[in-house]
Design a protein around this ligand. Structure first.
Ligand code: ASP
Length: 584
C-alpha cells in the first residue's frame, strides 16, 4: 500500500496515528539538528519532520539527500506541530518519519514548482507535466472537470443523451479549413476532421434521438489568432421539435445552472438584443454589457457644419468615457495614437471634454459651439466629468474601431470585472455575409441555418436583408455559444446551397447524404454549441483558454512538448500514396 492518506488530509484529529504518505518533495529545510520536508500531492502538502532526538542518523542523512521532486513514500506518526502554519489546511500537524522509501529520483526541474514560478511560457509548455504539478494549472484542470460534470449532470437531467460522433469524416463547413487525414486503404483519398459534429447531430435528430449532447473535440485549421486552439472542445447540442424560443430557454437554463453551481451567482432572465442593435449600440456582435458607454450616433448633430471630415463621413459616432474629462493632454494624445494604431485603424479622433462646471472643451471648437457640443453629450449620454470620444468614416469600420476603443477604455477603467457575469442573447443574425474580396455570399453561421419564416423569397432579391433563426450567447464580451434552427426540408436546403454558389452537383457530392436524409421524415430541429474552453476560462475569471487546457498548442499551432506537427518518413508517405515535393 503506497499510502494510507493523501498529503492534504491529515488534521489534529489524526495525532498519534501511524500513517503512510506518498508524494513529491516540494522542498527540504535543513537546520542541522532537524530536517523538514514538504511532501506534496494533488490534495495538498504535509510537513515531514526528522530530528536528532527522535530520528536515527541514517534516516536523517537520507532526508538530507532528498532532492526537489523526488517521489517518496514515508511512514511515520502524526504529531502536533510546535509552530503551526494557519495558511495550510494541514498546518497544525506534521509527520515524524520513521521510514523513507525513494520511489523515484528526479532531475532538478527546469523551473520551480511553486504557485509563482520562475519558468517562462515556452519552458513551462515544454515541460507541461511539471507545470501541471503547480497549483494554478492543477486547479484550473480540476475546475474544468467540475464544469464538465455539471454540464453532463444538467443535460442528462433534462433527458439529453450523450452520443459520440466520428472524427474521421468529410468536410463540415464552419468557415475554417479542414485538417485532413490520408486514408491508407483508400489510395489518394482523405478524411477531414470535424470542424463540428453539425451534420451528424442533425442526422441524430432524423434518427429520432430527440435531445443530443456531446462534449466533443472540434478541429479547425485557421490562421491562429491569439488564444485560439486548432483543436478545441464544444458542448454540442441538438433538439428536435423545437423553435428558437425552446432552445434559448433550455440553454439559458444550462448557463444559469453553471453560474449558480460553479460561481454561486443567480441571474434572472438573460437580456436579448438583435444583431442590428448590437452593432448600432456597441459596434460589436458580442457586446460586453457589464458597463455602459453605449454608442451615440452624431450624424444629425455634427454634420452640415463647417467640419469637412464629419461631413464626408458615412457615420459620425461617439462614446462618453466616464470621468475621463480630467485626462491630461499627454493622456489624450496617447489615446488618439492608440486609435491610430494599425490594429485599430482610425484616421484620427475628435474629443470633447464635458467639464464638471458644465462647459465643453473640444478639439473642434472652431466648428462647434457649446450648444452643439451639448447635443453630442445628449446623444452619447455624457455626464459632467466625462470625455466624449468621436470617430467617423465608413460605418462598419468606424463601429469596429469605436468598439475597440470602448473595450480598451473599459479595461483601463477597471469596468471589466471578472467577478461579474453579464450574459446576453444576440438574436436575428443575418443569414448571409458578403465576402468583400470575392463578391460572393457565404453563410454567416453555417449553410444549414434556416432563414426567418417568410424570408426565403428575399434571398432572390435582397440576400443581405434575410435574417436567420440564429443566435449567440455572449458572456462578458465573449461569444460562448452559438446555434440556429436548421433547415429540415430538402428543397429549402438546395435553394440555400444554390445561393451559396454550389452547383446542384457540388451540393449533391458534398451534402447529398444530408439532403437524402431530409426525405425520410426529418423533424424540425435546432441546436447550439458552447465553446467549453472559453466558457471555463470566463467562469474561472481568466481570459486565457490555454491555461485551462492540459496540453495546449502554442500560437503557431505546435505542441512543443511532443514536438508536433513533425515530418513523417518516406516509407509512411509511400504507404499513404503521398508524395511530398516541397519544391513544387
Ligand atoms: N455547429 C455550430 C458551431 O460549431 C453550432 C450549432 O449551430 O449548433 O458553431
Amino acid at each position: 500500500m503506497y499510502r494510507s492518506h493523501t498529503c492534504g488530509e491529515l488534521r489534529e484529529s489524526h495525532i498519534e496515528t501511524k500513517v503512510t504518505l506518498s508524494g513529491w518533495v516540494q522542498k527540504t529545510r535543513d537546520k542541522g539538528f532537524v530536517v523538514w520536508v514538504d511532501l506534496r500531492d494533488r490534495y495538498g502538502i504535509t510537513q515531514l519532520v526528522f530530528d536528532e532526538d527522535r530520528t536515527s542518523s541514517k534516516l536523517l542523512e537520507q532526508a538530507r539527500s532528498l532532492g526537489r521532486e523526488f517521489v517518496v513514500q514515508v511512514t511515520g506518526e502524526v504529531i502536533e506541530r510546535s509552530s503551526k502554519n494557519p495558511k495550510l489546511p494541514t498546518g497544525n500537524i506534521e509527520v515524524l518519519v520513521d521510514e523513507v522509501i525513494i520511489l523515484n529520483e528526479s532531475k532538478t526541474p527546469p523551473f520551480t514548482i511553486e504557485n509563482e514560478t520562475d519558468g517562462g511560457e515556452d519552458l513551462r509548455m515544454k515541460y507541461r507535466y511539471l507545470d501541471i504539478r503547480r497549483n494554478p494549472v492543477k486547479n484550473n484542470l480540476i475546475f474544468r472537470s467540475k464544469v464538465s460534470m455539471e454540464v453532463r449532470k444538467y443535460l442528462s437531467d433534462q433527458d439529453f443523451i450523450e452520443v459520440e460522433t466520428p472524427y474521421l469524416i468529410k468536410s463540415t463547413p464552419e468557415g475554417a479549413r479542414d485538417f485532413v487525414v490520408p486514408s491508407r486503404m483508400n489510395e489518394g483519398q482523405f478524411y477531414a476532421l470535424p470542424q463540428s459534429p453539425q451534420t451528424f447531430k442533425q442526422l441524430l435528430m432524423v434518427g429520432g434521438m430527440d435531445k443530443y449532447f456531446q462534449i466533443v473535440k472540434c478541429f479547425r485549421d485557421e490562421d491562429l489568432r491569439a488564444d485560439r486552439q486548432p483543436e478545441f472542445t464544444q458542448i454540442d447540442c441538438e433538439m428536435a421539435f423545437v423553435e428558437q424560443e425552446d432552445i434559448l430557454d433550455s440553454f439559458e437554463g444550462l448557463t444559469k445552472h453553471l453560474l449558480k453551481e460553479i460561481k454561486g451567482v443567480e441571474i434572472s432572465a438573460f437580456p436579448r438584443i438583435t444583431y442590428d442593435d448590437a452593432m448600432r449600440i456597441y459596434g460589436n456582435d458580442k457586446p460586453d454589457i457589464r458597463f455602459g458607454m453605449e454608442f451615440g450616433e452624431l450624424n444629425d448633430v455634427a454634420q452640415h457644419k463647417e467640419f469637412g471630415v464629419f461631413n464626408s463621413a458615412e457615420l459620425v459616432v461617439g462614446i462618453a468615457v466616464p470621468g475621463a474629462a480630467s485626462y491630461t493632454r499627454k493622456e489624450l494624445d496617447a489615446l488618439v495614437n492608440w486609435v491610430k494604431r494599425p490594429q485599430v485603424g482610425a484616421m484620427g479622433m475628435v474629443y470633447a471634454k464635458y467639464n464638471e462646471d458644465g462647459s465643453f472643451k473640444s478639439t473642434v471648437d472652431k466648428f462647434y459651439d457649446q450648444e452643439d457640443l451639448a447635443k453630442w453629450a445628449e446623444a452619447t449620454q455624457a455626464k459632467p466629468g466625462d470625455l466624449i470620444c468621436v470617430l467617423s468614416g465608413d460605418a462598419n469600420k468606424t463601429r469596429a474601431q469605436l468598439s475597440a476603443l470602448r473595450m480598451e477604455l473599459a479595461e483601463r477603467l477597471g469596468l471589466r470585472n471578472p467577478a461579474e457575469f453579464a450574459p446576453l442573447w444576440v438574436i436575428d443574425f443575418p443569414l448571409l455575409e458578403l465576402d468583400e474580396e470575392t463578391g460572393n455570399y457565404h453563410a454567416m453561421h453555417h449553410p444549414f441555418t434556416s432563414p426567418k419564416p417568410g424570408q426565403l423569397e428575399l434571398l432572390e432579391t435582397d440576400p443581405s436583408a434575410v435574417r436567420a433563426n440564429a443566435y449567440d450567447l455572449v458572456l462578458n464580451g465573449n461569444e460562448i455559444g452559438g446555434g440556429s434552427i436548421r433547415i429540415h426540408d430538402r428543397g429549402v436546403q438546395s435553394t440555400m446551397f444554390k445561393h451559396l454558389g454550389f452547383t446542384p452537383e457540388e451540393a449533391e457530392a458534398q451534402f447529398g447524404f444530408l439532403m437524402d436524409a431530409f426525405q425520410y421524415g426529418a423533424p424540425p430541429h435546432g441546436g447550439i454549441a458552447f465553446g467549453l474552453d472559453r466558457l471555463v476560462s470566463i467562469l474561472g475569471g481568466q481570459e486565457t483558454i490555454r491555461d485551462f487546457i492540459a496540453f495546449p498548442k502554442n500560437n503557431s499551432g505546435r505542441d512543443v512538448m511532443i514536438d508536433a506537427p513533425a515530418a513523417i518518413d518516406q516509407e509512411q508517405l509511400r504507404e499513404l500514396s503521398l508524395k511530398l515535393d516541397l519544391k513544387e
